[in-house]
Design a protein around this ligand. Structure first.
Ligand code: G3P
Ligand code: MG
Length: 237
C-alpha cells in the first residue's frame, strides 16, 4: 500500500506550506497531496475558502488580493513563519522521486490551469506522469480529460454509493479516492473490478492501516506519512 503525505507532512508543519512539502520530499513515500485554489492569474495552495482555521483571519480568499494572500502567515515551522505558497513555487521543488497530487478545490478556468501546468512543469522538467490530479468537482476532471487526456486523474468522494466508482470509471479516471469513514471491502472490490485504484483519506491510526491494507486499498493519505510508511515497512519485514 502506497503512502501520500496529506497536505504535505501536515502533522509536523503547517498544512500546504513549503515546509510541509519539503518534509514530505525527504521521506521514502510515494507522493504528496496538496490543495489548489485559483487566485487572479495564479494558483495557490490552501484547503479552506476561509482563512479562519489556517491563518486565524476571518476573511474569505476572494476578499483578498493575491499579494495579500501571499503575505499572510499560516503558521510556523522550526521558528520560521510559513506563508501560502504558489503552485509555481511548489513545482520548482525536486519531484523526481515523488508523485505530486494536485487536489483541485476551485479552478474557474481549466484551460488556463492546464496551460500554467504545462509551462511550469516544462520549466522544472516535471513529466506529466509525476502528477496525479484529483477533485471532488467531477466536472473539473471531465474538463481536464478534454483538454489534456494524458493526466492521471483521481475521482474524489466522501459518500457511500457503489455507483460512484462506476461514474469514475466511465469518466476514464484511474483512481477512486474515498473517505476512510465510508470505505469498505465492497467499495474497494467494486472499484478494482472497474479497473480503478483506490486511495483513502485521512489515515493515521495503525489499526486503520492494517485494515485498509487487508481490504486491498492501494494508497492512503496520511498527516504523519513517515510514521505510516515506517509502520507498513516494519509489518512487511
Ligand atoms: O485528496 C484527499 C483529501 O485531501 C481530500 O479531502 O478535504 O482533505 O482536501 P480534503
Ligand atoms: Mg485535499
Amino acid at each position: 500500500m502506497q503512502v501520500f503525505a496529506h497536505r504535505g507532512v501536515s502533522g509536523e508543519a503547517p498544512e500546504n506550506t513549503l515546509a510541509a512539502i519539503q518534509l514530505a520530499l525527504k521521506l521514502p513515500i510515494c507522493g504528496v497531496e496538496v490543495d489548489v485554489f485559483a487566485c487572479e492569474d495564479e494558483y495557490i495552495l490552501i484547503h479552506d475558502r476561509w482563512l479562519t482555521r489556517t491563518a486565524g483571519l476571518a476573511k474569505r480568499l476572494d476578499q483578498m488580493s493575491l499579494a495579500e494572500l501571499l503575505d499572510t502567515p499560516v503558521g510556523e515551522h522550526n521558528s520560521e513563519t510559513q506563508y501560502i505558497p504558489t503552485l509555481a513555487q511548489v513545482l520548482t521543488l525536486d519531484w523526481r522521486n515523488h508523485l505530486l497530487n494536485l487536489e483541485l478545490k476551485s479552478i474557474p478556468n481549466m484551460r488556463h490551469f492546464c496551460d500554467y501546468l504545462v509551462q511550469h512543469c516544462k520549466a522544472a522538467n516535471i513529466a506529466p506522469t509525476q502528477l496525479l490530479i484529483s477533485s471532488f468537482h467531477h466536472g473539473y476532471l471531465d474538463e481536464i480529460h478534454q483538454i489534456a487526456a494524458h493526466y492521471t486523474r483521481g475521482w474524489l468522494t466522501a459518500s457511500y454509493l457503489l455507483n460512484r466508482a462506476e461514474q469514475a470509471a466511465r469518466m476514464g479516471c484511474q483512481w477512486f479516492n474515498i473517505d476512510a469513514d465510508v470505505v469498505d471491502l465492497a467499495i474497494v472490490s467494486d472499484a478494482h473490478k472497474r479497473g480503478l485504484k483506490v486511495a483513502v483519506y485521512t489515515v493515521d491510526e495503525s489499526a486503520d492501516l492494517i485494515w485498509l491494507q487487508q481490504i486491498g486499498v492501494d494508497a492512503v493519505f496520511c498527516n504523519h506519512p513517515g510514521k505510516a510508511q515506517a509502520y507498513l515497512d516494519k509489518r512487511k519485514a
